[in-house]
Design a protein around this ligand. Structure first.
Ligand code: FAD
Length: 510
């Protein structure tokens, strides 16, 4: 057996959740080891589309441009239809729709997961993280002082232990970490089983060509979906099947997949080059706990949401960002361990709403026969992504609202800072550009400049900042490293620096 290894954080999994956790920890100087049981990142497109919220977090990680460069640039169209050329039952996103929303400085990107995962892993390594593929977690135990993991090098068959101050389980929907922690799950559970076909082939002038195209297909012959991936004409087609009636993946040999593709695309002459056929399950559930002691769950290990809404991968990156800045603050001695309670307090309700909203979409787009009073109500897509409030000890929340429309953001603590364009150092910048470290935003720099955080000098001749942040011309808004407002005031206290220190002591549990 190899000698023991010691790190500050062990991250199990190198998908979108694990790789982003690893990257964001490394960015903050944490000694982190990321592992994945696979030989490399996953070659399948799956999650396509990074929301503006995800993109502003990826920008902090220094990878927003690289992620965007791998995506479709010609807009987006999403429809429910019988086939690509057949009757359209509903258009969810029209070609001409604005999809950047104007809610932040980073518009949507349309890169797929097979492009994004390697970008995240490469950047994490560049920042000093160690990432080991073909390395499997076998067991995990913890005590008051730390976590001990038994790992298997799948190449050599060698087992070795790693000790860490904390561990993060980003090991997907079948998470071994969650199982070892004994954490249960709640929600509708298994919804459907699909065969996913990844193929290259020209499916027609209306599809692809640089535009992201997603069709939910309700065809008399099958229920499924079609999506273009980043490397068009590389496409993803999925079709539902029923293991309950004895069907298995073996019932979908390439010849049958080609027949189904021809029906789905209305091209009887289509000659697709199939690169992969996989089976996957569509599910909807949320883990009962996102943390047990020194071990945290992120991404699909913490919740699995139907892909109807495109938020599973995005939430995994959001979880990774959240757990990373909080763990780093504690490990660097900038916060007390109490800060770590805010991870579950904030991310679990967020995940719950993501799953509810996506389950609503699932019923509407794939399974109208399930419609009924138990199906959660629709939640506006932008509100789901950007208008959910953080409520925990790490924010000083003023009132009871849980959601707000981010298009009319109020600047209240717990919500992401409103996107306001102001002058700074001779340039026009967004308030959101300060995401990444604690920042005090104020129109009165002279009064607040001694506060023990970054206080940028902002030029706001029209008083937009004061109005949109709700601080007035004299007050200030304290922004967390994730861009969420922690606290705000309309008045200048007698001793602004001491006041800000006290607020930080409270929200950082010190
Ligand atoms: C067809 C399809 C379409 C989708 N579309 C979208 C979309 O448009 N937008 C969106 O946001 N999401 C979408 N999703 C969801 C998205 O793909 C997932 O939410 C996302 O992959 C979750 O990332 P993760 O890192 O949590 O888990 P995973 O990607 O599952 O990664 C798990 C990681 O854990 C590792 N691992 C597992 N067990 C062990 C072990 N014992 N030891 C070591 N390593 C281990 C694996 O090797 C892997 O690296 C889609 C999913 C599917 C199937």
């Amino acid at each position: 057996m190899r000698g023991d290894m010691k790190v500050q954080v062990l991250v199990v999994g190198s998908g979108l959740g694990g790789a982003s956790t690893t990257l964001f920890l490394a960015r903050l100087g944490i000694h982190v080891l990321g592992i994945s049981k696979h030989r490399g990142t996953m070659p399948h497109p799956r999650a396509t589309g990074q929301t503006y919220r995800t993109m502003e977090l990826l920008r902090v990680g220094g990878v927003a441009d690289e992620v965007r460069a791998g995506g479709a640039t010609g807009g987006m169209v999403i429809r429910i239809a019988e086939s690509l050329g057949g009757p359209v039952f509903r258009t969810i996103v029209h070609e001409e729709d604005e999809i950047d929303g104007g809610l932040g400085p980073e518009p949507y990107a349309m890169a797929s997961q097979d492009h994004v995962e390697p970008v995240l892993v490469d950047r994490a390594r560049e920042l000093g993280a160690e990432v080991r593929f073909h390395t499997e977690l076998r067991s995990l135990r913890q005590d008051a002082d730390g976590v001990t993991a038994l790992l298997l090098d799948r190449g050599t068959g060698e087992e070795y232990t790693v000790t860490a101050d904390y561990a993060v389980g980003a090991d997907g929907g079948r998470s071994l970490v969650r199982t070892l922690l004994g954490v249960g799950r709640q929600g509708p559970g298994h919804l459907a089983t699909h065969i996913g076909v990844i193929f290259r082939g020209d499916v027609g002038a209306d599809v692809g060509g640089g535009r992201f195209t997603l069709y939910y297909l309700r065809n008399p012959a099958f229920t499924g979906a079609f999506a273009t991936a980043h490397s068009w004409p590389h496409n993803l087609f999925t079709v539902e099947y029923d293991p309950g009636s004895g069907q298995t993946p073996a019932d979908f040999p390439p010849e049958r997949c080609v027949d189904l593709l021809r029906v789905a695309t209305d091209r009887p002459d289509l000659r697709p080059e199939i690169t992969a056929i996989t089976s996957w399950e569509m599910s909807a559930w949320v883990a009962d706990a996102f943390r047990v002691g020194r071990v945290f769950l992120v991404g699909d290990a913490a919740k699995v949401t139907p892909p109807t809404g495109g938020l599973g991968g995005n939430t995994a990156i959001g979880d990774g960002y959240d757990v990373a800045w909080k763990l780093a603050a504690v490990l660097r001695g900038e916060a007390g361990p109490g800060l770590l309670d805010s991870y579950e307090a904030e991310r679990r309700p967020y995940a719950r709403r993501i799953v509810d909203g996506s389950f609503h979409n699932y019923v509407e787009r794939f399974a109208p026969h399930l419609a009924g009073p138990d199906v959660p109500a629709a939640i506006d897509h932008d509100t789901l992504i950007m208008g959910q409030r953080c409520r925990s000890g790490a924010v000083l929340v003023e009132d009871d609202d849980e959601l707000e429309d981010p298009r009319t953001a109020t600047g209240r603590p717990g919500f992401r800072v409103p996107h306001v364009v102001v002058g700074h150092a001779g340039r026009q910048v967004s308030t959101v550009d300060f995401t990444g470290e604690w920042t005090l935003l104020t129109a009165d720099h002279a009064a607040w400049r001694d506060a023990p955080v970054r206080v940028p000098e902002l030029d706001d001749p029209e008083g937009l900042l004061a109005r949109r942040l709700g601080t007035g011309p004299d007050g200030a808004s304290l922004i967390r490293p994730d861009g969420v407002v922690a606290w705000r005031t309309r008045a200048v206290p007698d001793d602004p620096a001491t006041t800000v220190t006290r607020v930080l002591d409270a929200v950082l549990s010190r």
